[in-house]
Design a binder for this molecule. Structure first.
Ligand SMILES: Nc1ncnc2c1ncn2[C@@H]1O[C@H](COP(=O)(O)OP(=O)(O)OP(=O)(O)O)[C@@H](O)[C@H]1O
Ligand SMILES: [Mg+2]
Length: 308
């Protein structure tokens, strides 16, 4: 019998996925970018009020402001590391039932934004709301208890535990959530048959792709309302990436709300309904996935080619 307390050391009910998410992933010192030195390819789309332009605003003067919002909202969020601004007045919305992609280059602030949503790092200002209820300032386990669960950058699988045990830990960490009953080990194995074959293998013995599947499965075991994924394709071959993204599509088709952080913008926009572009800590652009795929500046800087 495992002594789970060895692994679950955070306050009661803390979500494993958050507990293991690092506050800092060793991204290195790329911060001068936010000091304003390198010129952003499309940051000039940010208006004088600091708000990102939408494609429709660029094309016309229309804009939509929903009054009642069901889903995850980030409002004017600013996060600093020792006085250095990593996320600057960022706003985005993930309506229930949608997949929203957040794309941006290295060091843009994507992970910091996700970590701030989860309470892994503290916001300097702004708000994070789920169905209108503020999550800001809550500890990570409390955010998890509300159903906002993260699949962290680098997967953070517990190497000595088996696949099955890693999954059970995901449930244990969020055991209080009734919604956790929606997912069980069998359902995760149905979603990722490869994990069934590896059920008794140690997490550390898995390939990168298998670990990514396991990280997603572990978060599902916590019964997410909103799933946050940080670069799920990182380091994986195209075949495995396709499998992972197919799984995200299937989960979304079953009703799961997803915020997907990706550097592989084309892949992300293939599965997403809407997208946001982040540069130097700011959201500089937003629109539907189709709009973003057609926008010449996005195509040039993030999709690596000519407008289709
Ligand atoms: N704990 C920290 N302390 C100091 N600076 C940090 C910390 N975490 C991140 N940064 C800096 O904040 C900026 C945003 O980093 P972040 O990791 O959020 O970017 P990212 O968009 O996720 O990048 P990547 O695509 O490489 O994962 C970077 O310049 C990074 O060096
Ligand atoms: Mg990151």
């Amino acid at each position: 019998m495992r002594d789970w307390n060895r692994f679950v050391q955070a306050p009661e009910g803390a979500c494993f996925a958050h507990m293991v998410a690092p506050g800092y992933s060793g991204a290195g010192d790329r911060f001068p970018a936010i000091g304003g030195m390198p010129v952003s390819p499309i940051a000039n789309i940010v208006g004088s009020d600091g708000r990102a332009a939408t494609v429709s605003e660029l094309d016309s003067s229309s804009s939509r402001v929903p009054h009642e919002f069901s889903g995850l909202e980030v409002r004017d969020l600013t996060t600093t590391y020792g006085g250095i601004v990593a996320v600057r007045e960022a706003s985005l919305s993930v309506a229930r039932g949608r997949i929203v992609a957040l794309i941006g280059a290295n060091g843009a602030g994507k992970t910091t934004l996700l970590n701030t949503i989860c309470g892994v790092v503290r916001a300097a200002s702004g708000d994070v709301r789920l169905d209108g209820h503020s999550l800001l300032g809550r500890p990570t386990h409390s955010v998890a208890r509300r159903g906002v669960l993260m699949v962290p950058e680098g997967r953070q699988i517990l190497a000595p535990l088996s696949v099955r045990e890693n999954l059970e830990l995901g449930r244990l960490a969020c055991h209080h959530r009734a919604a956790a009953a929606q997912y069980d080990v069998e359902k995760v194995f149905t979603l990722f048959p490869r994990l069934r074959q590896r059920a008794d293998a140690e997490g550390g013995a898995l390939s990168g792709g298998e670990q990514q599947m396991l990280a997603i499965g572990r978060a599902l075991m916590g019964g997410p309302e909103v799933l946050l994924l940080d670069e799920p394709s990182l380091g994986l071959g195209p075949k495995i990436v396709a499998q992972v993204f197919d799984a995200l599509r299937a989960l979304n088709a079953a009703g799961l709300t997803i915020l997907l952080v990706e550097q592989k913008a084309a892949r992300a926009l293939d599965v997403a309904h809407e997208g946001y572009v982040m540069e130097r800590g700011q959201i500089v652009f937003t629109g539907t996935a189709g709009e973003l795929r057609q926008e010449p500046r996005i195509v040039e800087h993030y999709l690596g080619g000519a407008v289709p």
